[in-house]
Ligand binder design. Sequence first.
Ligand code: NAD
Length: 391
Amino acid sequence: MKEISKTKRKLRMGMVGGGLTSFIGPVHRKAAGIDGEIELVCGAFSIIPEESVETGRLLYLNPNRVYNTYQEMFEREKDLPAEERMDFVSVVTPNHVHFGPSKMALENGFHVMVEKPIAFSLEEAKTLQKLVGKTGLLLCLTHTYTGYPLVKEARHIVATNQLGKIRKVYVEYPQGWLSTLLEGTGNMQASWRTDPKQSGMGGAIGDIGTHAANLAEYITGSDISEICVMLNAVVKGRRIDDDCSMLVKFENGASGVLFATQVAAGEENNLNIRVYGEKGGLEWRQQDPNTLILKWLDKPTEIVRAGQKYLSDHAKAFTRTPAGHPEGYLEAFANIYRAFSRAVRDYKPGKRINPEKYDFPDVSHGVRGMNFVTTAVKSANSNRKWIKLKK
Ligand code: NAD
C-alpha cells in the first residue's frame, strides 16, 4: 500500500506508560483525540505486561501492536511499513523512565511528546537536546498550562508592552494532596514522586515547581536568571522536598517570588500568577482559567474572558468553545497536541522546524526545567544568597 502524505491523514501515535490505573496517560489520550487529527495505534502501557495488554484491549487496539516493553515497541514499529508505523510517541511514565524511551524514539526516527520534567537529570536532558539537534526530529514537552487561551493572551499583553516594563512576578503552585505520608499507603502516584530514585533530585520543585517557573517565563517572555531557594520535607518520614519557596530574578530585570508546595492542606491545583509592569498588572488562576484580570494604574480593573472577539488572534486560534462554555485542562492539553501535530505534519527530513512558530514547549524548555531543578537544590543546600542558572 502506498503511504499517504501526513497532510492528508490522521497522525499515528504510540504511547509509553498510561496504563489503566495511571493518572496522566488517559488525560493525554483524551486530549490527543479532541480534534480528531490523531489516532492511538500502539503502546507499551505499563511496567506490568498484563496491564499493558489489558489497557490495549480496553482501547480496542490491534493486539499485535500492544507491547510488553517500550524497547520491543520501538524495535517492532520501526520495521513496520511506512503507511502503518506510528509517527510519534507520547512518553507518560514516571520521571526516571522519560529518558530511555525518548532517546530510543529519536534514535529510531520517531518524534517525541514527553511529560515534564523532561528527564531524571540535567545531563540526560542535554543528551536529548543533542539528539534532537542531530536528528532534526521534534520533541514536545507537556507544560500543560501554556496551552490555555488566556495564558496565551497574557503572554501577548506583556509582549505588546501593554503593561510597560515588567517589574514584579508572583507565581504560586499550592497543592495539598501530599499533606500526609500518602506514599506509606501504597498510592502509586505518591510512591514514585517521593522516591528520589524515580522522581529525580527534586520532589515538589520538579513536579510542580517546574510548571510554575515555565509559566512565569512563558508569560513574561523572560528567563529566570538567578534564584535563592528554601526546600523543605515537611511531612515526617518523607525522603524528598514537598515544599519550596524561592526569590527569583529575571533576565529582563524583574524580580519575583515563586512557591510550590504539596502540603498546603485543602488546596487542589491552585496554580496562579500575577505579573506587574510600570503601567499595570495581570492575574490568572488555573482553577478559573477562562478569566484574566487586568489591573491599571490609571483606569478601572478589566475582566477579560476566553472565547470573546476582543482577544488576540493567537489566543483565539487556541480557543474551541464560545464564550461562557468553559474550556479547561483537557483543551489546554489538546492545544499542545494540536500545535505539536501541526509541526509534525510540516516536518520533512533535512528541514529544520522552529517550535516557536507553532508555540509548543520544546527540548530547550526541558533543559531549562532540569537546570532550574538542579540549581534550586544547589541553592537550598548552600549558604550563598543567589545562585545563577547556568546558560
Ligand atoms: P502514574 O504513576 O499514574 O502512571 C505511570 C504509568 O507509567 C503507569 O501506568 C506505569 O505502569 C507506567 N510505567 C512505568 N514504568 C514503565 C515502563 N518502563 N514502561 C511502560 N510503562 C511504564 O504517573 P502519572 O501521575 O501519570 O505521571 C506520569 C508523568 O506525567 C510524570 O512524569 C509526571 O511528572 C507527569 N505529569 C504531568 C502532568 C501535567 O500537567 N503535565 C500532570 C501529572 C503528571
